[in-house]
Design a protein around this ligand. Sequence first.
Ligand code: SF4
Length: 226
Amino acid sequence: MERRCSPASFQELEVIMTKKKAREIYKSLLQRYPQATCQLKHTSPFELLIATILSAQATDVSVNKASPELFKTFPTPKAFADTTPEEIEPFISSIGLFRSKAKSVFEASKRIEEVYGGKVPDTMNELVTLRGVARKTANVVLGNAMGKNEGVVVDTHVSRLSLRFGLSQETKPIKIEQDLMSLFPQENWTTLSHLLIRHGRDVCKKRGGTCKTDPICKRYCSNAKS
Ligand code: SF4
């Protein structure tokens, strides 16, 4: 007698298939980019926090150019808190949106100094109370400077590739992050974002992606198959 799958078992089957595909994608990307890591130069959680605030809608390269002099002049949260946003501005004027970022850096440092005793807090709930810090920045700091896989960093590359690799159909970063968290083991969350960002930067450029020739793309991306 023919056995029919119920709608629930079809859904379960789909989840199993997507998880299998997610595992394969992760393995392929890791083989391709074994050194994929955070591109923002930093020597402490505080420096990474500031660098990540500065990197919003700007390139990591531009932040890495400005940050050494900035951190030399203001080496601690107290040093930033004791100055003014106007005094921070000249050090970051080559980075987009530098005026509002100077305010964020100043306010975030002040709060770290006054509320958290000069130490960057190590929980999502506390980090997002700092000016200029939302879930994405908090995930960068927790994952890369504190060894905590609290979530997946969802930037423009991660959003784009999640859709193209069929890992999420969502458009909002928070929803994409939830989908990725359900598909990949927690210990891989930080590395996963590095891998997707690296593939996005190296291969899946906005224009001229190697859709028909790259082996990973050919296998997993909907664009390569169209
Ligand atoms: S196939 Fe094209 S669109 Fe898809 S990931 Fe590769 S380069 Fe990007």
